[in-house]
Design a protein around this ligand. Structure first.
Ligand code: ZN
Length: 219
């Protein structure tokens, strides 16, 4: 864009930090210096998810607390879908370091058709699309949600969450033989990612690794 025009737009609509909402200097600075310093990163943010009789590697970029939680809630519920590209960039770096070489295509945990109509965008798909674009890999739709489930955030623990998502996802044609990176937004008990990874493997995917933007305390 022509510089003077960009300058005027920045004055009228000052760019804000994705996490704390404070005004930043330019649109290139999507995260303010204070938030970069304070982002609750995960030390060794990797765990193994139970998937059928196997396990799948799963990494998360950040801990779901403080400014990360506030920024994510704006992304998911306030229509600020562009935040997904910034969060996807952060996730891509973590994925590349931890899981690079283990997958050839990127996919995501989809919303139900009803929830997608209501929200207007699929937050995990935007994250996955950004990661795929940055890593130069295809973004492949592989799953669909067969039925609405209670929001997992409304259920207290793994014992309630696993039956809630069991059998909730179906597989689309085209996943056979692929080594996939499966992306979700927030990882809590891992019930949803485990269910989706299991569905992909049963549907003929050759290998599945998982990644989430943030990890909340699960029980
Ligand atoms: Zn900030």
């Amino acid at each position: 864009m022509i510089r003077p025009l960009r300058f005027i737009i920045d004055l009228l609509f000052p760019p804000k930090c994705c996490f704390c909402g404070k005004i930043v200097f330019t649109h290139r600075d999507d995260v303010c210096p204070a938030c970069w310093e304070a982002l609750p990163g995960l030390s060794g943010g990797e765990r193994r998810l139970e998937v059928s009789a196997r396990t799948a590697r799963c990494v998360s970029a950040l801990r779901y607390e403080g400014a990360v939680r506030r920024g994510f809630l704006r992304y998911k519920f306030s229509g600020d879908y562009w935040l997904g590209e910034v969060f996807g960039e952060i996730l891509a770096g973590v994925v590349f370091e931890a899981l690079g070489g283990e997958f050839d295509a990127v996919t995501w945990v989809p919303l139900s058709a009803r929830r997608l109509r209501k929200r207007g965008y699929d937050q995990a798909k935007i994250l996955a699309g950004t990661v795929a674009g940055l890593l130069g890999l295809p973004l492949v739709p592989t799953l669909f949600k067969k039925r609405d489930t209670a929001a997992n955030s409304s259920l207290r623990n793994a014992a309630e969450r696993q039956p809630n998502v069991a059998g909730a996802y179906g597989i689309l044609p085209g996943a056979e033989g692929l080594r996939l990176l499966l992306i979700d937004d927030v990882l809590t008990t891992g019930a949803t990612l485990s269910e989706c990874a299991g569905t992909l493997l049963q549907g003929g995917a050759a290998h599945v690794v998982c990644a989430a933007f943030a990890e909340a305390d699960g029980s």
